[in-house]
Design a protein around this ligand. Structure first.
Ligand code: GCB
Length: 682
């Protein structure tokens, strides 16, 4: 007898058949397995970084890809009963139940962030699958690596349905040898990127910039011989300008490999032999013309073995500090800088290409700068390549920002990997003069251990540059003294109204300070991390945030306090207990382009703040560098104020389309006419 099967029982039958075929009812069902999930496959970690990428045999996979949004992470092999998206099942007979299709999915440009390419994904934070087909013909004795210049923030890679590996931590390059997964003809690359951040990720879940998701740098197939040069280092000896340190690592531990290093323009050619770790470390004798902002001289450097040849353009220079001064090529220099985020002018999303950085640096150069703070995370390699050519010094940084999960070894591992890869990628860039390991990280013992580990990691690869971290400073006691300084100014100022004067006098009386006391505000940067870095960097927001902190406490209108702050600002003293140069890594104010009121958020307020800040900073002799916040307005989820911010941080000197605000000219004139005129230009 036939049983009538209605729709519901058909579904039940389907469920049972899946259970049955998957053997999920068996007694051996492990804890990790259930109908809805399976044991995760092993995701291998990425290989050590492949350097000198631009001179290798590369095929670009940049361009049009397709994507599927997967907010519930259902496409992972371990999360779905249908085997996951990497299986890339397709309709063959028209009878297969398949609920995804990459071939007809929406298109996306790679490199590029999905948040910037689909309005619906603007605020999206989660997993997305990126799909690309490519042709390949395997060659004998040739390896194929997949190189991704940056992917935010957790990335899983699959080729032809197989797991290749996983990379945690965004912004930095990584590569996998994918030779074993490739087949002759059409191949399928599937990349899952997830831009979710958490308390233990790097960066952490709350940042004042946009957590752009996706593949945010070039993606290449790179061919190498079986035994290949992994990376090489060539940098001037800072204490002897006719010597350079050459280091090279083969991707094989075979000793006795012959390497030829050539710098044709310097008539240098020599042969070296790898040791038992496939490594070379030797000094070479050369007499190069030195690289500097006014003479950004680069030399072609070629390294070859029997099977391959790689090359790069390298500049030779030294950067040092002595006492409270900075020296480039043994000549005193000041860092006349500006801070940046990696976002292009006039377009949404992250900046990643040579063209993006050419335009950004050309605009920044109109400020008469010689230095850029590339905050708060590594940009693509094109930034430093452009800076090398045009002659700008760079500060490069990793996203250890605000409160990181200091005690978590997995968090440390991500940050260590980020600094390791940033240094290994840009170690031959003359423009890079500062490595920064953190921004505004509150003091704690575990934070010290964390950051010291990162500083030690830099030393493993490069000892020729300055190290730093942008510090917070000012303790409660110091800021209490600022309240007194503001009150003293208030009782003296003609324009302050009598009622406010009474309140200010009461503050002074309570502190036992006579109203005719002469006092200026001093701040000393004494974060113990200063001991372990070369440059004492400090972010300060006099005239912007700090005022807000005091209005409640002093019960004086914010407008009055802002005026008083401008009056006391030129006399603020900034110093450090460390006998080292200070770099003011941030100061600034928000302004909406075109707002010409006399209130905050106006161009005029920002311009005035720059005038007062620059006067103050130039009177402080320990300050040898500044990089105001910031070149361009940038996207920030923390900035919702309608009509003004609209999810932009407005502290830019230009707006997102490139319009220059009044303060732009003030900084440009300052750098042109003042401050470092007493030192010989480099
Ligand atoms: C800071 C942070 C930076 C912010 C800036 C601001 O101190 O380092 O990431 O964007 O202040 O605008 O508040």
């Amino acid at each position: 007898m036939k049983l009538p099967i209605n729709k519901i029982s058909a579904k039940i039958l389907l469920f049972f058949s899946v259970f049955w075929t998957s053997n999920l009812f068996s007694e051996e069902l492990s804890d990790a397995e259930s109908f809805f999930s399976r044991e995760a496959p092993a995701y291998p970690i990425a290989d050590s970084l492949l350097g000198w990428i631009d001179s290798r045999n590369i095929t670009s996979l940049n361009g049009e890809w397709t994507y599927i949004i997967d907010p519930m992470n259902n496409g992972l092999p371990e999360a779905s009963f249908f085997g996951g998206f990497p299986k890339n099942k397709t309709q063959k007979t028209g009878m297969e139940l398949i609920e995804y299709n990459f071939e007809d999915a929406e298109k996306i440009q790679i490199p590029g962030a999905w948040n910037a390419q689909n309005e619906k994904l603007f605020f999206y934070r989660g997993p997305i699958w990126l799909f690309k087909k490519f042709n390949h013909s395997p060659k004998e004795n040739v390896l194929t690596h997949l190189y991704i210049e940056g992917s935010n923030f957790t990335t899983k890679v699959f080729v032809n349905g197989s797991v290749v590996g996983q990379f945690e931590g965004g912004y930095v390059p990584f590569n996998f040898n994918i030779s074993q997964f490739l087949r002759d003809g059409e191949n399928i690359l599937l990349v899952q990127t997830d831009n979710t951040l958490s308390e233990s990720s790097v960066p952490t879940h709350k940042t004042d910039w946009w957590p752009w998701g996706g593949i945010v740098g070039d993606i290449y197939l790179v061919e190498t011989p079986n035994e290949y040069i992994r990376n090489a280092y060539l940098q001037l000896n800072p204490d002897n300008f006719s010597e350079a340190l050459f280091k090279l690592q083969m991707a094989t531990t075979l000793s006795g490999k012959k390497i030829i290093l050539e710098i044709p323009e310097l008539n240098f050619k020599d042969e070296f032999v790898t040791n038992s770790s496939g490594f070379i470390k030797q000094n070479i004798t050369i007499s190069p013309e030195l690289w500097s902002p006014s003479n950004p001289k680069l030399y072609k450097v070629i390294i070859s073995t029997q099977n391959e040849s790689i090359s790069d353009e390298i500049g030779f220079r030294s950067i040092k500090t002595k006492g409270q001064k900075i020296y480039l090529n043994n000549k005193e220099i000041k860092f006349k800088g500006i801070s940046m985020h990696s976002e292009p002018i006039g377009a949404s999303g992250p900046a990643f290409s040579k063209e993006h950085f050419k335009e950004l640096l050309a605009t920044a150069s109109d400020l008469n700068i010689n230095f850029i703070r590339a905050a708060h995370y590594p940009y693509t390699r094109h930034l430093a390549k452009v800076a090398d050519k045009i002659g700008l010094m760079l500060w490069e940084e990793i996203p250890v920002y605000w409160n990181i999960d200091w005690k978590n070894p997995a968090t440390l591992n991500i940050a260590k990997n980020q600094i390791n890869r940033l240094v290994q990628r840009d170690q031959n860039r003359a423009s890079v003069v500062v490595w920064s390991v953190a921004n505004e990280t509150p003091f704690s013992v575990s934070r010290m251990t964390f950051l010291d580990t990162l500083l030690a990691e830099i030393k493993n690869f490069d000892e020729s540059r300055l190290t730093t971290a942008a510090l917070l400073s000012g303790n409660e006691e110091q800021f209490r003294s600022l309240v007194i300084v503001l009150a003293l100014q208030g009782v003296k100022s003609q324009w302050v109204n009598p009622r406010e004067k009474i309140k200010l006098k009461a503050i002074l009386d309570q502190a036992n300070i006579p109203t005719d006391t002469e006092l200026s505000f001093s701040i000393s940067i004494d974060d113990p991390l200063g001991e372990n870095v070369n440059l004492i960097s400090y972010n300060e927001y006099f005239g912007w945030y700090y005022v807000t902190f005091f209005t409640e406490q002093m019960m004086i209108p914010e407008g009055t306090l802002r005026r008083l702050m401008f009056e006391v600002m030129p006399d603020i003293k900034i110093s450090s207990s460390f006998d080292k140069p200070i770099h003011i890594s941030e100061f600034g104010a928000g302004a909406k382009y075109g707002n010409h009121t006399d209130k905050i958020w106006s161009e005029g307020y920002q311009a005035k703040l720059y005038e007062h800040q620059l006067e103050m900073l130039s009177k402080n002799p320990q300050i040898q560098g500044i990089s105001p916040w910031i070149l361009k307005d940038f996207r920030a989820m923390l900035r919702p104020l309608p009509g003004i911010q609209d999810f932009y941080n407005r502290k830019g000197l230009i707006d997102e389309s490139g319009n220059r605000k009044e303060a732009f000219k003030i900084l440009a004139d300052f750098y042109k006419n003042q401050w470092d005129q007493q030192i010989i230009e480099n």
